[in-house]
Design a protein around this ligand. Structure first.
Ligand SMILES: [Zn+2]
Length: 288
């Protein structure tokens, strides 16, 4: 198909993009729930093997694709109608048809965000490889954010392939020069690693996880090194504001950890879409 045929009829193009976005959002909702469970089971098996412990209880098969979507409370499989992204949640009014257990709002939120992300990616970068890859990154960042919020992990199976994808995309200079991207990935990882070590020496505590280093390296691979200070500034500021607001609202003890991943994800996304316009504006304002 001619890649520009969508551009000649943008409405049709955006409808298709929204549908694809909603379908991928539905997949992400499931991934956010299932991937941590799959990983934890795998880690348990690995540990048992390494420690020569007997195998644990044989659990039922549980993969990304199996079993089919069901209510976590009463295990009734979802009907096709209930499974329609966005619409399904609305039709069910957020409750299981069978046992009326409430369905986490996160499913609807992930689907809505992914749909919006698909539309914004195409509107911003056009119906091009740049737009398509920007949407793929958007989807990965959404999944990482929600997994980190729920489980405080940033799985390597998402961060590492997307780090490589960023470098590959920038072979064609889609978002940054290859030189800047390689340097960005390495510098980003090293920087957070050093901050982590210094923080640990100074306080005896671990301020963040290794997944944060890899996520920041991913940001460097996509954005190039020039936008990394902006990402770090934005992520730290929003993270600190959020943490402060929680403490003020007395919802969180001062020492309870807040995952940094979602803030890094949001900052990376903003920098990919609006980083250079912001930088140009800032530099002009600074020297104007
Ligand atoms: Zn149910």
């Amino acid at each position: 198909m001619n890649p520009n045929s969508f551009a000649s009829d943008p409405i049709v193009g955006y409808v298709v993009v929204a549908l694809v976005g909603a379908a991928i959002g539905s997949f992400l909702g499931m991934l956010v729930y299932r991937l941590p469970i799959i990983l934890k089971r795998q880690w348990e098996r690995d540990c048992r093997e390494a420690l020569s412990l007997p195998e644990g209880q044989k659990a039922e098969t549980f993969t990304i694709a199996w079993p089919a979507s069901h209510c976590p409370q009463c295990h009734t499989p979802l009907t096709i109608r209930d499974n329609i992204p966005l619409v399904g949640y609305w039709l069910l009014r957020g409750r299981c048809r069978h046992c009326a257990a409430s369905i986490p709002r996160r499913y609807f939120l992930i689907e809505a965000l992914t749909t919006a992300g698909a539309i914004v990616s195409m509107a911003h970068f056009g119906f091009t490889p740049r737009g398509g890859l920007a949407f793929l990154l958007t989807a990965a960042l959404i999944a990482l954010s929600f997994i980190d919020i729920r489980e405080q992990i940033l799985p390597d199976v998402i961060t590492l392939p997307f780090l490589w994808l960023g470098l590959l995309a920038n072979r064609a200079g889609l978002y940054a020069s290859l030189d800047s991207a390689v340097l960005g990935a390495a510098a980003a990882y090293l920087f957070l690693w050093v901050v982590f070590q210094v923080f640990r020496l100074a306080t005896g505590k671990e301020g963040m996880g290794h997944g944060d280093f890899k996520l920041f390296a991913l940001a460097g691979a996509w954005l190039g090194w020039q936008l990394l200070p902006l990402v770090l500034l934005f992520a730290s500021l929003t993270g600190a504001l959020y943490g402060g607001a929680l403490i003020l609202a007395k919802r969180q003890a001062r020492t309870a950890p807040i995952p940094f991943g979602p803030f890094l994800c949001a900052a990376t996304w903003c920098a990919l879409f609006y980083g250079w316009p912001l930088m140009t504006f800032y530099l002009r304002a600074g020297h104007g």
